[in-house]
Write a protein that binds this ligand. Structure first.
Ligand code: GAR
Length: 204
């Protein structure tokens, strides 16, 4: 059985979607003791751990402690689910091709924060979310699956965010399942899924 460790910083709704999809989640780790998702994980009998970034003087020291906590659970896959820390290159290298992230935009558009507000300000007509393998460049890396939603005339940030989040909860479990089933192949930076599985979704 493959083992997944999920890293969260807050509410953890994507983590919850992964757990509810029946994926083999060995542990949930947070950099914040007050992350809402920790109570849910504990309630489901999943091991939890907290590695508070404020306890470490440097990113390197924090990432080393985080890696130690992760490796204690012997994961095959590390899943970043709203984990709001910039990772050092050596941490990213350690989990290269074994670490996924979800980002609330159609990458490579809108990396970074405030993606929904920026999408509205840019006037894009399609927005969405992406699951990708993590590389050293923030919110970049081989894309596993994307979901697109329309941007409607009277959208505000909250409405658009909710529409995107509903799709995050669909594509993240799908991507993680493909990984644990050994179906993902990265070929020159492009991810393919073995078998005939669509890597995009449109949710009007
Ligand atoms: C999600 O929308 C996720 O895509 C985003 O944070 C939210 C976490 O929600 N991640 C990023 O912006 C990473 N760059 P959740 O804690 O309920 O899953």
């Amino acid at each position: 059985m493959k083992r997944i460790v999920i890293l969260i910083s807050g509410r953890g709704s994507n983590m919850q979607a992964l757990v509810e999809a029946g994926l083999p989640v060995a542990a949930v780790i947070s950099n914040r003791a007050d992350a809402g998702g920790l109570a849910y994980a504990a309630g489901r009998g999943i091991a939890t751990a907290i590695v508070p970034h404020r306890n470490y003087a440097t990113r390197e020291a924090f990432d080393a402690a985080l890696a130690q906590a992760i490796d204690g659970f012997r994961p095959d896959l590390v899943v970043l689910a709203g984990f709001m820390r910039i990772l050092t290159d050596s941490f990213v290298r350690r989990y290269q091709d074994h670490m996924l992230n979800i980002h609330p935009s159609l990458l490579p558009a809108f990396p970074g924060l405030d993606t929904h507000a920026r999408a509205l300000a840019a006037g894009v007509k399609l927005h969405g979310c992406s699951v990708h393998f993590v590389t050293a460049a923030l919110d970049h890396g081989p894309i596993v699956i994307q979901a697109a939603v329309p941007v409607l005339a009277h959208d505000d940030e909250a409405r658009l965010a909710a529409r995107v989040l509903a799709q995050e909860h669909r594509i993240y479990p799908q991507a993680a399942r493909w990984f644990v089933e050994g179906k993902l192949v990265i070929d020159s930076g492009v991810v393919r899924v073995m078998g005939d599985h669509p890597q995009q979704l449109y949710a009007p």
